[in-house]
Design a protein. Structure first.
Length: 196
């Protein structure tokens, strides 16, 4: 268990680590991760932002990575959501799609269900779980100076990659994204077709 406290603000750290979101097909988890991605992409076609499916983002990204092996897939999720389906990391680790990267934004809270402290606030280390799940390329980012290396890893790893971004418990950006599931699906299909 680390005694270190996060100091990064997600409002600046998430854009810095993702940099150019149009380079990815993005699957976003719920709550803060959804608002981070919606604000960063301007709720764009290349981002499928989940709603009401807590724990599903990594497996959706995994399936997309297998179906689109020539495209770079980025899953953006939070610690609370990942804890709902931590076994997904083992599937990613064993299959090891080289085009799949996972960015877990860890603020130590369940943003979707009322901001209760998550297990990571009590010492659970999601990077160690990813390593134990056989994901070959992992990092934990605590400081701004570590962001450039982690950003490269998300883009250039020759194996599945997992980056744990430790941020303060500050709110995610306020962004009113589309909650129309049919529209979101059609826009994402358009992004898939455009680059094939």
């Amino acid at each position: 268990m680390s005694d270190r406290l996060p100091s990064l603000d997600r409002a600046s750290a998430v854009p810095a680590i993702i940099r150019e979101p149009e380079d990815f097909l993005i699957i976003s988890g719920l709550a803060g991760a959804a608002r981070d991605v919606a604000a960063l992409t301007n709720d764009g076609d290349n981002a499928f932002i989940m709603a009401g499916a807590m724990g599903a983002a990594v497996m959706m990204g995994f399936g997309l990575a297998l179906a689109q092996p020539k495209r770079r897939i980025l899953v953006v999720t939070g610690d609370g959501e990942l804890l709902m389906n931590v076994g997904a990391l083992a599937t990613v680790g064993i299959a090891n799609p080289a085009n799949l990267s996972i960015l877990c934004i860890d603020n130590g809270h369940y943003g979707e269900t009322g901001f209760q402290k998550s297990h990571t606030s009590h010492g659970v280390d999601l990077e160690k779980i990813a390593i134990g799940a056989a994901i070959r390329t992992t990092r934990t980012v605590w400081a701004e100076s570590e962001i450039p290396d982690a950003a490269r890893l998300l883009r250039e790893a020759n194996s599945s990659a997992f980056v744990l971004l430790k941020v303060t418990a500050a709110d995610a950006p306020k962004y009113s994204r589309s909650m129309d599931a049919a529209l979101s699906r059609m826009r994402f299909k358009r992004a898939l077709a455009a680059q094939n």
